[in-house]
Design a protein around this ligand. Sequence first.
Ligand code: ZN
Length: 272
Amino acid sequence: MGLSELQQVRYSRMTIMEEVGEEGQERIVEGRVAVVGMGGLGSPLAMYLASAGVGRLELIDDDVVEESNLSRQVLYTEEDLERLKVEAAYDRLVRMNGECEVVVRGEKLSSGNVEEVVSRSDVVVDGSDSMESKFLLSDEACRQGKPFVFGAVQGVMGEVGIFCPEGVNLGVMEGEGSCLRCLYPQGLRVPDHLSRCDVVGVWGAIVGIVGSLQALAVLQLFVYPHRLRMGCMTFFDGMTYGSESMEVPKVLGCEGCGRVEEREKKGREKQR
Ligand SMILES: [Zn+2]
C-alpha cells in the first residue's frame, strides 16, 4: 500500500535509516502490539510505540493514577490523578499520533483474557510489576508463537529480554528458542511483593531506560527480527551504567516453551 505523504514526512528520520526504509516503516504502521501494565515501563513504551507509528496498541491495566506514580510514570499529568491509567493514556497517545488505533482494557491480565489479548497482537510486551502477569503472558505467547518482550526493574537495576521460541520455526532466529520460564523455571524468582516499586523503590529514569529498550525491541521485531538476539536477557546496572547480556539456554520439557518443542517434533515428523 505504501506510506501516505504525511507518513513519509513524519517518519522520515526512521525511513532514512538504511535498515528501516519505507518497507520497514510500513511493517511498523501495520503492527499490532499489546502492552500489559501502564505504569513506569508502560509509559515510555506506549509513547515511543505510538509516536513511531505502530498501527494498533492494546493497553491493559486496571489501576488508577496515584500521586506517587507521577515521579516516574511520565505518560500522566497531575490532572490525571485518580483516573484509570488506560483512559488517561488513551487521551495522551491519540494526541501524540492520531493515526495510531489505541484500544484500552481497564482490567487485570488474567487466565480469562490473556488468550484474546495475545491473539489480537503481533508482539506482546510486559510492563507489569506482577510476576504472575509476566509468566501468564510469556506462557501464552509461547503457546501462540508470538514474540514476547520482557522488562523488569528494581532499585537501580533493569532487565530486558526478547523471547520467541517459535522464531526458530519461522526462520527469524537461530538457536534453540528459549523462553522466560527457561530462565526462571521456578516461576517466581522473588516473591511478588519484592518486585514492586512501592516496596523496594526505583529511580524513574531506570524505568525510562528499560521501557525505551523494550520499545526499541518491539520496533526492531517488526523491521528486522532476524538481526535481534532472541532468547537473550540483558541486565543494566544504573550504578556503573554497564550492561551484560546472556543467552538463556532452553530447558528441555520447559512448562512454557515445551509445547513448542512438541509442535516442532510433530512438524518434523510430518515432513518425513
Ligand atoms: Zn522455556
